[in-house]
Design a protein. Structure first.
Ligand code: NAP
Length: 287
């Protein structure tokens, strides 16, 4: 099996490179400088040259707040870039693996009542912000296409490298000794190692369509932060605040939970969010 990874310098891209390299897989990894997925000619050229069996697209516009003012920029990567990959994979029997987000849903309190165990894959989408809209636009391109695709929605993505909540909390805690974290937004983290392992299992079962991959359980950002400081043994004062006290440019969901039943029915076991955090902390020490 030959793999091509795009966006290989991002937190998920790096995890894929690490995972596949450890398995001595035939993998070509491209950073944004080596392959810009918004450039259709380059995408076709690289895919023709590498001739992979699977393209794993980790390239994405992920600046959630900036996407509110740079919507075209977000769409060019998250919709048009995906379309370029689809076109290049078409007629070449190449499977396209793509990643999306809980932000394709409204994340409202009303939805918490409707979906107490989280949004299932086929729940009606209603993107909460422009980044979510751009990611949904990429999903629609896949759904419209005739190629073989696997779409993994993740939430609160955290890995040992790159920018994420865990790294940010530890850094801010160290710098200031106190951090303010919202306690009225809940969800569940997706750990990059778990996302990669589970996606590989779904690939080995030759599955396609949409799957949700995040940890089991539900936690607020504030409780997640508390667990991070406890696991790390880092003295930091946690100031619990509300969404109303923490203004962001793009709206954030109060309910972010993804339902994992579809993946579980295929024989995969959801990782407990706290167990996942413990493993992440061990990995962060050694990376
Ligand atoms: N982070 C989260 O909390 C989260 C939550 C839910 C879903 N997701 C989804 O999970 C996936 C992985 O996210 P991540 O956290 O690994 O993102 P990330 O760390 O921001 O990495 C994204 C990578 O894409 C690259 N990129 C941007 N524009 C590109 C282009 N035009 N062509 C090629 N590469 C390009 C970036 O390169 P540069 O750095 O050079 O720009 C970066 O290396 C994405 O699909 C994201 O939407 C993430």
């Amino acid at each position: 099996m030959k793999y091509l990874i795009t966006g290989a310098n991002g937190q998920l891209g790096r995890e894929w490179v690490r995972y596949l390299s450890a398995k001595n897989a035939d993998v070509t990894a491209t950073t944004s400088e080596q392959l810009d997925i918004t450039d259709s000619d380059s995408v076709t050229k690289v895919i023709d040259e590498v001739a992979p069996d699977v393209v794993i697209n980790c390239a994405a516009y992920t600046k959630v707040d900036l996407a509110e003012s740079d919507f075209e920029g977000a769409l060019s990567v998250n919709r048009d870039g995906v379309k370029n990959l689809i076109n290049a994979c078409a007629n070449r029997v190449i499977k396209l693996v793509h990643f999306s987000t809980d932000y394709v849903f409204s994340g409202s309190e009303e939805d918490r009542d409707v979906f107490p165990t989280g949004y299932p894959e086929d729940a009606k989408t209603d993107p909460i912000n422009r980044y979510g809209y751009s990611k949904r636009a990429g999903e629609i391109e896949l759904e419209k296409s005739d190629i073989d695709w696997l779409l993994i929605r993740v939430s609160w993505l955290c890995g040992s490298q790159g920018s994420n909540f865990v790294n940010t909390m530890l850094r801010l805690g160290k710098e200031h000794g106190v951090v303010s974290v919202v306690e009225d937004q809940t969800g569940s983290p997706s750990y990059t190692f778990d996302v990669v392992e589970k996606t590989d299992q779904l690939l080995k079962k030759d599955l396609n369509g949409i799957y949700h991959v995040s940890s089991s359980g539900e936690v607020s950002w504030a409780d997640f932060a508390e667990a991070i400081f406890l696991e790390k043994g880092q003295q930091t004062t946690l100031n619990r605040i509300t969404t109303a006290q923490f203004k962001t440019i793009a709206k954030r969901p109060s309910f972010s939970l993804l339902n994992k039943d579809k993946m579980i029915k295929k024989g995969l076991k959801a990782l407990d969010w706290h167990e996942g955090l413990k493993r992440l902390m061990v990995e962060m020490k050694s990376s």
